[in-house]
Design a protein around this ligand. Structure first.
Ligand code: C2O
Ligand code: CU
Length: 549
């Protein structure tokens, strides 16, 4: 009996009452040990839960396709949205909606996505979980300046005249970053930009050399990822492949991406965020929120505590925690008889080898868990809440599923065997590297003692080689690695945890923990990053470059 089945069976023997009792000390421990973030209260009356129907983001159609490529276009724009009923909120959006449109692409085909920036600020798009060449990855100083911005090369030349030695790089050299460059007048937050900075439009090529997985795209601008995502710059990108399509998993409107975020609202309906600097020239948040910003409204696909009518059938829920810093423990309430309500079929990097039953899923920022829920385990008319056992007050509720009584067909099921997952071999590791994620008094959040500096690389892994990377922490940090997923092999020298199965690209480190993972980078040489995905930590310098060669 493997350890995860053991957990599942233990929970079902104990029953729901015992489970709740178990959850409380666990949450208390986390709070005591510094569950990241501080609550930012909204300044308007919050709506009742379970009133708004669950929205599902529209799927973006390619503008054209040829041999092996599908071409997409997205305009980043300000939009007035009704997020809280009767309240208008100005959002920064991909294509006018929050979440942005969902891209559904096919493994083996390239998605070529042209972004046009009509926002009032520079932006950077990163496809999180994408196996992406460096120049399309969304390196945080590869700015996309708003349409109509002054030419950065001209501005760099004048900065060069003022004595910035690196400025010539902006004319198009391969140097990825120019630290310390003079800011562009009238353009907040422009202290850093690379030679890949462009005005108006940028085309990202995602070659699609990766297996089916739930990815997401979001803003990644140097120092301003937190406020950018908070204001709405996030969307799903689902990669499909033949292997997954051949499985009898739920599909169509029973395959639901669920983007879970927390937000706070000001009295005028705008998103409230404790930026350190109202002019947005300096990154980061005010002192009290340095450990992360927690909102008091839980949104699923951009709607507050929504509800959904479900058939008594299997549903695939693609859970994404797109919150800036909030950790959730997601459970269904009531639990179905027999437990294992959430049958995990996939992780960040796609299908698991075999399903894993869970009574709850602890999900850190940027993680994805693909789960199947069989609502036929509930009586017709049951109201099944998705709850957050780590939240208190309004943050303890997420959404509600109302189980219908109508008779339906349901051919979907979860096969015992989902995929063949290559296990990386620890003995094959050619190097071991340590990355310490810690707060340092004067420097804010650091990796190996230093705040982020674009272009300073902490590691040079060789293409195709397995390495052992050890992440250690002071408090909670969800650590994310770009380019390729990894496999968790140990936590504090012991077995991985119940949520570490499969290919991961983000792993939550608990206070004072060391997590060992095996990485292997393939196909694309260049500069990539690893960083904390608590976006306030990220903006306050908890990032590092590595260079794949
Ligand atoms: Cu989702 Cu480097 O980020
Ligand atoms: Cu962190």
């Amino acid at each position: 009996m493997n350890r995860r089945r053991f957990l599942g069976i233990g929970a079902s023997v104990l029953g729901a009452g015992a489970l709740a009792a178990v959850a409380v000390p666990s949450a208390a421990y986390l709070f005591a040990e510094g569950l990241p973030g501080r609550l930012l209260g909204s300044d308007l009356e919050l709506p009742a839960a379970f009133q708004v129907p669950l929205p599902v983001p529209a799927v973006l159609r390619p503008v054209r396709s040829d041999g092996g490529n599908d071409y997409y276009e997205i305009t980043q724009q300000v939009a007035m949205l009704e997020i809280l009923p009767g309240v208008r909120t100005e959002a920064w959006t991909y294509g006018g909606t929050f979440p942005g449109p969902t891209l559904v692409t096919r493994s083996g085909r390239a998605a070529v996505v042209k972004h046009r920036n009509q926002l009032p600020v520079p932006s950077v798009v990163h496809l999180h979980g994408g196996h992406t060449p460096a120049d399309s990855d969304g390196y945080p100083v590869d700015l996309l300046l708003p349409v109509g911005s002054p030419d950065p090369a001209a501005s760099a030349a004048s900065a060069g005249a003022a004595g910035s030695a690196g400025a010539a790089g902006a004319a198009g050299s391969a140097a990825p970053a120019m630290d310390g460059m003079a800011g562009m007048p009238g353009m907040p937050g422009m202290r850093h930009m690379s030679g890949r900075t462009v005005v108006g439009e940028r085309t990202h090529t995602y070659p699609g050399k990766q297996r089916a997985a739930t990815l997401w795209y979001h803003d990644h601008r140097m120092g301003f990822t937190g406020p950018g995502v908070w204001r709405g710059l996030a969307g799903f990108h689902l990669v499909q492949d033949d292997e997954e399509a051949a499985l009898p998993l739920p599909r169509g409107d029973r395959d639901l991406p669920l983007m879970i975020t927390d937000r706070s609202f000001a009295a005028d309906g705008s998103f409230k965020y404790p930026a350190a600097d109202a002019s947005a020239a300096t990154p980061g948040v005010t002192n009290g929120y340095m450990n992360g910003v927690l909102g008091d409204v839980i949104l699923v696909n951009g709607a507050p505590w929504p509800r959904l009518d479900v058939d008594r059938a299997h549903y695939r829920l693609r859970l994404l925690n797109a919150s800036n810093s909030r950790l959730y423990r997601l459970e269904l309430d009531p639990q179905p008889a027999g437990g294992d309500a959430l049958v995990q079929i996939g992780s960040d990097g796609g299908l698991l080898a075999a399903p894993v039953g869970h009574d709850g899923i602890e999900i850190a920022p940027a993680e994805r868990f693909d789960v199947v829920v069989d609502f036929s385990r509930y009586q017709p008319g049951t109201q099944v809440r998705l709850v957050n056992r780590f939240g208190s007050g309004r943050a303890a509720e997420v959404m509600r599923f109302d189980v219908s009584s109508r008779a339906v067909n349901d051919d979907a099921k979860v096969p015992d065997q989902l995929s063949t997952v290559e296990q990386l071999d620890p003995a094959a590791a050619v190097a071991t590297r340590d990355f310490a994620f810690r707060r340092s008094g004067s420097d804010g959040w650091t990796v190996n003692g230093d705040p982020y500096e674009p272009g300073r690389s902490l590691a040079a892994p060789a293409l195709g080689r397995v390495e052992r990377w050890r992440f250690s922490t002071d408090v909670h940090h969800p650590v994310h690695v770009h380019l390729d997923p990894f496999q968790v092999v140990a936590r504090n020298g012991k077995d991985p945890g119940p949520w570490d199965e499969g290919w991961k690209d983000t792993v939550d480190l608990r206070p004072a923990e060391t997590v060992e993972v095996l990485v292997r980078f393939t196909d694309y040489a260049g500069t990539y990053m690893l960083h904390c995905h608590n976006l306030e930590h990220e903006d306050m310098a908890m990032m590092a470059d590595f260079t794949v060669g």
